[in-house]
Design a binder for this molecule. Structure first.
Ligand code: NAD
Ligand code: WQD
Length: 343
């Protein structure tokens, strides 16, 4: 029985994608070294879907281990989430990011070549666009000089995949450029679990609301936006996960029009930081303690997706609202703190 390999499948977006794959009958093999996740996610995936995915714990930078994996299983598709993803950390430790994110991808591609596995979905990011000249941003927008080594690993990875698709007969790929994934599965059994002080907005909001953080610093309100705070295209992680199932099926069923395709995954709607806070307060009834401070270096003023290509070509559209996102993020935070971490 052929299976779908989900690398980084114990992580935030990967675990949600495993649920969506299982929902439509795919058998899943997760590979994860648990460098930014916890093995209890596997149990919680099984609790949600009733199906325990195969789980192999090892570092994808280990080329021999990856080859052994491809000898053990027959994969009909691969969704490659595994990477280090903290922008700030990548500035302090660039070589860790280049090694981890590029070596793991190269090992996957080499085994795809050697074991004739054709279909790869790659986790990319809207960060490749920098501050786009034109909004909403389409897939044809120019890739701009990366603002961090992390962003550079995504750009270089997209290039490595392009050259591999050209050189190695049969390999097809889809790069999914995520905007800002937030929220959690409706069961609240899985969600985003930042280690240490969260850098991203949504987990900082929920940790402030639950009392783990004293207050949220809003990084600047002097931008040229409706309320002066930055604009992002927040997308519910379950909507994002569904797009991965459609993308890997697109290639497995031979529906792709090019051997290498790119899709922006967003809602097409931008929200300011203050609008996210207002949504959180509306859906949870919790008054958030926050203060406006200075800008965060490297922040782009506004970015949101032109989703027409993904909507029309993939037949996929984000369905959940910002209120669904903030409500689910809060439900997960409470469940994690009150139940999971207490057990
Ligand atoms: P995450 O850290 O929750 O998940 C990544 C998983 O990969 C973790 O479980 C980690 O243990 C594993 N991993 C990392 N390096 C590995 C290695 N060498 N071998 C085996 N496992 C390894 O992150 P996420 O938010 O789920 O992101 C998943 C992917 O999506 C990443 O590639 C990330 O760059 C990309 N992405 C994330 C966002 C976001 O805001 N979360 C936005 C755009 C793109
Ligand atoms: C969103 C907005 C902040 C925290 C990053 C990476 C990107 C991708 C997603 C991996 C911004 C503001 C935030 C806080 C704040 N990750 N903010 N106070 O920066 O759009 O994207 O995560 O691929 O590559 O760059 O997301 O959640 O950090 O910030 O005011 O404590 O919230 O200024 O406007 P970002 P974010």
């Amino acid at each position: 029985m052929s299976k779908i390999l989900v690398t980084g499948g114990a992580g935030y977006i990967g675990s949600h994608t495993v649920i969506e794959l299982q929902k439509v009958g795919y058998e899943v093999v997760i590979v994860d070294n648990l460098s930014n996740s916890d093995s209890s996610v596997i149990e919680r995936i099984e609790k949600i879907s009733g199906i325990r995915p195969d789980f192999e714990e090892f570092d994808l930078c280990d080329q021999a281990a990856v080859a052994t994996l491809f000898q053990k299983y027959s994969f009909s598709g691969i969704i490659h989430f595994a990477a280090s993803k903290a922008v700030g950390e990548s500035v302090e430790k660039p070589l860790l990011y280049y090694r981890n994110n590029l070596q793991s991808l190269i090992n996957i591609l080499e085994s795809m070549r050697d074991y004739k596995v054709q279909n790869l979905v790659f986790s990319s990011s809207c960060t490749v666009y920098g501050q786009p000249e034109k909004l909403p941003v389409t897939e044809n927008a120019p890739v701009q000089t990366a603002m961090s080594p992390y962003g550079n690993t995504k750009q270089i990875s997209e290039e490595i995949i392009k050259d591999s698709v050209s050189a190695y007969q049969g390999i097809k790929a889809i790069a999914l450029r995520y905007f800002n994934p937030v929220g959690a599965h409706e069961s609240a059994l899985i969600g985003e679990l930042p280690i240490g002080v969260p850098l991203n907005l949504m987990p900082f909001i929920t940790q402030t609301a639950i009392g783990l953080r004293q207050k949220l610093m809003v990084f600047g309100n002097d931008y040229n936006t409706t309320d002066g705070t930055c604009v992002r295209d927040y997308i519910h992680v379950s909507d994002l996960a569904r797009a991965h199932v459609i993308a890997v099926e697109r290639m497995m069923k031979g529906k792709n029009t090019n051997a290498y395709e790119f899709f922006n995954l967003g809602t097409g709607t931008g929200s300011t930081v203050l609008e996210v806070i207002q949504s959180f307060e509306r859906t949870t009834g919790v008054k958030l303690n926050y203060e406006i401070t200075g800008r965060r270096p490297g922040d782009v003023e506004q970015i949101y997706a032109d989703t027409r290509f993904a909507n029309e070509e993939l037949g996929w559209k984000a369905e959940k609202t910002l209120d669904d996102m903030t409500a689910s993020a809060w439900k997960w935070e409470k469940y994690y703190r009150e139940v999971l971490s207490a057990s």
